[in-house]
Design a protein around this ligand. Structure first.
Ligand code: OAD
Length: 235
């Protein structure tokens, strides 16, 4: 473990699959049932805001009451027990990393339990359904209050901080992501440029598998605790 001082971890929907949340691109995944351009773009929202709000109301419902699995818990343990820096960057909009106890966390694609107002730009925690009549609690405007999730064509959150961490890290772990959506899919290349050791833990080889030094293919709930154990033992 002394070998790695600065760890950056990227997670995707595969880490939450064993908690009961669907992935996007696996068989039966979210994008096999909905069109990205209809429910996850600013243009889709402008065209049919009700469809988009209903989609996220459905997704918010799914997220109520879900619990972290051993993979989330192992990453929280890594942060707790590692003596160097650990930054977890998740593409997931669920709260499972924070429920598991991770503190240094960036939700680069936003959070399903937050909302923001396009009129006054205020963001806040939000657990209820949204509809076209929902008024922003800060400015009272209706029709401009939307889920605080990043849609295709929008800029993910905290890219500067993530980029700086990647360029300074010596271990990069990518867990449960297909490696198809940029900029996250390019993080491994930045980390490698910085000289980091890059490890993929995923059910199957991702799109970017060739960029990793080490790959572990299996269930996150099994492989992540095993890998974290190994790291903390210094092996
Ligand atoms: P994907 O659905 O593209 O990929 C999920 C990956 O997790 C796949 O490669 C699966 O093989 C793997 N997987 C499934 N179950 C697993 C398990 N139990 N253990 C380990 N791996 C498992 O989801 P993401 O890569 O997260 O963005 O998708 C990236 C982004 O695309 C999402 O954040 C979302 C989506 O559109 C936006 O909506 C902006």
């Amino acid at each position: 473990m002394a070998e790695f001082r600065r760890i950056v971890i990227l997670t995707g929907s595969g880490i939450s699959a064993e908690s009961g949340i669907s992935t996007f691109r696996d068989k039966g995944g979210i994008w096999s049932k909905y069109k990205v351009e209809d429910v996850a773009t600013p243009e889709g929202f402008a065209r049919n805001p009700k469809l988009v709000l209903d989609f996220y109301n459905m997704r918010r419902q799914v997220h109520h009451g879900v619990q972290p699995n051993p993979a989330h818990l192992a990453l929280a343990r890594l942060e707790r027990e590692h003596t160097g820096d650990v930054l977890l960057v998740t593409q997931n909009v669920d709260q499972l990393h924070e429920i598991a106890g991770t503190g240094q966390l960036i939700h680069m694609h936003g959070e399903v339990f937050r909302a923001w107002c396009m009129a006054c730009e205020k963001r806040c925690a939000w657990r209820q359904d949204l509809d076209l009549e929902t008024a922003c609690p800060a400015c009272g405007t209706t029709g401009a209050f939307r889920p605080d999730v990043v849609w295709f064509g929008e800029t993910p959150y905290q890219l500067d901080r993530i980029g700086a961490a990647l360029l300074a890290c010596d271990l990069f772990l990518s867990i449960g992501t297909s490696g198809t959506v940029y900029p996250a899919a390019g993080f491994v290349k930045l980390a490698r440029k910085a000289g980091a050791h890059a490890v993929e833990i995923n059910l199957e080889p991702s799109e970017g598998v060739s960029f990793f030094n080490e790959t572990v293919h299996g269930f996150a709930g099994v492989e992540v605790p095993r890998y974290v154990d190994r790291l903390l033992r210094g092996g």
